[in-house]
Design a protein around this ligand. Structure first.
Ligand code: AMP
Ligand code: MG
Length: 397
C-alpha cells in the first residue's frame, strides 16, 4: 500500500497543464494568466489630480496667503485648454488632467473663494503635491502581470485598465461527476427502506465550483456493470472523471474493474490513509480518473487531497500541492490506526499562530460532525498531547 504523499505525487505527475485559450475578461476570474499582460499606455496616462482643489504654480504659493485668478474649471474627463501663466490657477477635480505649468494641487479645504472669480490659497502642505504623475504606476510596454499569476478581482480590474478585454488563460478542465450505488435516491425524493439520498454528487459538484471549475453531473450509476460501463464511458469524454462509491471490497464494488475494462490504466487502488484507503486513480489517454470511496466524508477528503491539486495543476497553478499550515494541537489525540489519519478539526488563528481542536465525529459517514470542521489535522500513527505542533489542511476547497 502506498502512502498518501506517494499517491499525491503520482496524481500530480499525471496532471498536465491544459492549453491556453482566449476568454472574455468577465469569464477569467480564478484562472491563471497564460501570457504576461502588458500596459498599452502609461498608468496613469496623464499627470492626474488626486484631490478636488486648485492646480497652482509652486512659485505663486511661496508666500501665503496667495491670491490667484481662476482661468478655467477642469472636471474629470476634460483636458486643460492652456498652460498656467504666473498668477493664475485652475479649479480642478479628482481624476482631471493637471495643466502644464502647475506644480501642485491645493485641496479645496485649504482655500477660500471670494465672489470675485479669484481664489485665496491659505495653506500648502510642504510634502504633498496631490498629483499622480503620468506613468508612475507602470510605463507603456511594461508587464503589469506575469504569466502564471492567478486572476483575482484586483487582477481583473488591472487587466481592464490596460485594455485587455480578451484574456489568455489556461483552459479549465472539463469535469464529470458520477455517483454509484443501488441505495441512492435523488435529493428531492423521500428515501424508502434501505435507501439514502445521493449527497456526494451535490458535494462534489460544489467542490468543483469552489475550485473554479464547472462540472457535469452524470447522475447515479447502479451497482451493475452495464450501467457503470455506459456512464463511465460518458465520463471518459471529459478531462477529469470523479466517481464516488463502488471502490471497496464489497461484492458489488465494480468500479475498479469497469475502469480497467474501459481502458483506464489504474495507477493505485489503495492508499495508506484514513479515510480514503480504497481510493482509485488512473489515466486514460491523458484524462484523469478518480474513484473515491463513497462515504460522504471520505469523498470530500479525497477531493481536497487529490482532485483539487490535480485541477489546480491543469489550470496552470505553479505549486498545486495541498499546503497544510502549522498549528498547535489544542486537545490530545491518539491515532491507533497504522494509516496517515485526517482528523476533522476546528482551526482558529490566535496571536501565537493557528490552533487546531480535533472533533470527535462518528466516522466517514458523519457529514453532520464534519460540517463543524474547517480543517483536517494530518497525523501519523502515535499519541499526541495538547500543545503538539501538527500540520492542518484547511477545508477551503
Ligand atoms: P461504497 O464506497 O459504495 O461502499 O459506499 C460506502 C458508503 O457510502 C455506503 O454507506 C454508501 O451508502 C455511502 N454512499 C455511497 N455513495 C454515496 C452518495 N453518493 N451519497 C451518499 N452516500 C453515499
Ligand atoms: Mg456502493
Amino acid at each position: 500500500m502506498i502512502s498518501s504523499q506517494e499517491a499525491l505525487q503520482i496524481v500530480l505527475g499525471e496532471a498536465r497543464r491544459l492549453e491556453a485559450v482566449l476568454v472574455p475578461l468577465a469569464e477569467a476570474l480564478g484562472a491563471r494568466l497564460a501570457e504576461a499582460a502588458v500596459a498599452d499606455s502609461d498608468l496613469p496616462p496623464f499627470d492626474k489630480s488626486a484631490m478636488d482643489g486648485y492646480a497652482v504654480r509652486a512659485a505663486d504659493v511661496a508666500r501665503l496667503p496667495a491670491d490667484l485668478a481662476v482661468i478655467e474649471e477642469l472636471p474629470a474627463g476634460q483636458a486643460p485648454s492652456r498652460p498656467l501663466a504666473p498668477g493664475t490657477c485652475a479649479k480642478i477635480m479628482t481624476g482631471a488632467p493637471v495643466p502644464s505649468g502647475a506644480d501642485l494641487v491645493v485641496p479645496v479645504e485649504d482655500t477660500e473663494r471670494p465672489p470675485d472669480g479669484r481664489v485665496h490659497i491659505l495653506r500648502v502642505s510642504p510634502d504633498r503635491r496631490h498629483i499622480c504623475p503620468r506613468g508612475e504606476d507602470v510605463r507603456r510596454g511594461e508587464a503589469v502581470l506575469e504569466a502564471g499569476c492567478v486572476l483575482r478581482p484586483q487582477e481583473i480590474g488591472l487587466l481592464a485598465s490596460v485594455g485587455c478585454d480578451r484574456v489568455p488563460i489556461y483552459r479549465w478542465p472539463r469535469v464529470a461527476v458520477l455517483a454509484t450505488g443501488e441505495e441512492l435516491v435523488p435529493v428531492s425524493a423521500v428515501p424508502g427502506p434501505g435507501q439514502i439520498r445521493n449527497s456526494n454528487s451535490s458535494s462534489l459538484l460544489a467542490c468543483c465550483r469552489a475550485a473554479g471549475v464547472a462540472a457535469d453531473d452524470l447522475g447515479v450509476a447502479r451497482d451493475e456493470k452495464t450501467d457503470l460501463r455506459a456512464k463511465i464511458a460518458e465520463g471518459l469524454t471529459r478531462d477529469v472523471l470523479i466517481v464516488s462509491g463502488g471502490v471497496s471490497m464489497g461484492e458489488w464494488d465494480f468500479v475498479p474493474k469497469v475502469f480497467e475494462e474501459a481502458g483506464v490504466a489504474v495507477r493505485f487502488a489503495t492508499v495508506r490513509m484514513k479515510p480514503g484507503k480504497p481510493t482509485v486513480f488512473g489515466t486514460c489517454g491523458g484524462r484523469l480518473v478518480f474513484g473515491l470511496p463513497g462515504n460522504p466524508v471520505s469523498t470530500l477528503v479525497g477531493f481536497r487531497f487529490f482532485v483539487r491539486p490535480a485541477l489546480r495543476k491543469m489550470m496552470g497553478h505553479p505549486d498545486p500541492a495541498p499546503q497544510p499550515l502549522d498549528a498547535r494541537l489544542l486537545a490530545p489525540v491518539k491515532v491507533r490506526d497504522d494509516r496517515t489519519t485526517f482528523v476533522p478539526a476546528v482551526l482558529r488563528c490566535a496571536a501565537d499562530g493557528w490552533g487546531a481542536t480535533p472533533l470527535s465525529t462518528h466516522g466517514p459517514a458523519d457529514l453532520v460532525g464534519f460540517s463543524k470542521a474547517d480543517g483536517l489535522i494530518i497525523l501519523e500513527p502515535g499519541d499526541y498531547e495538547a500543545g503538539a505542533q501538527v500540520k492542518a489542511l484547511p477545508l477551503d476547497f
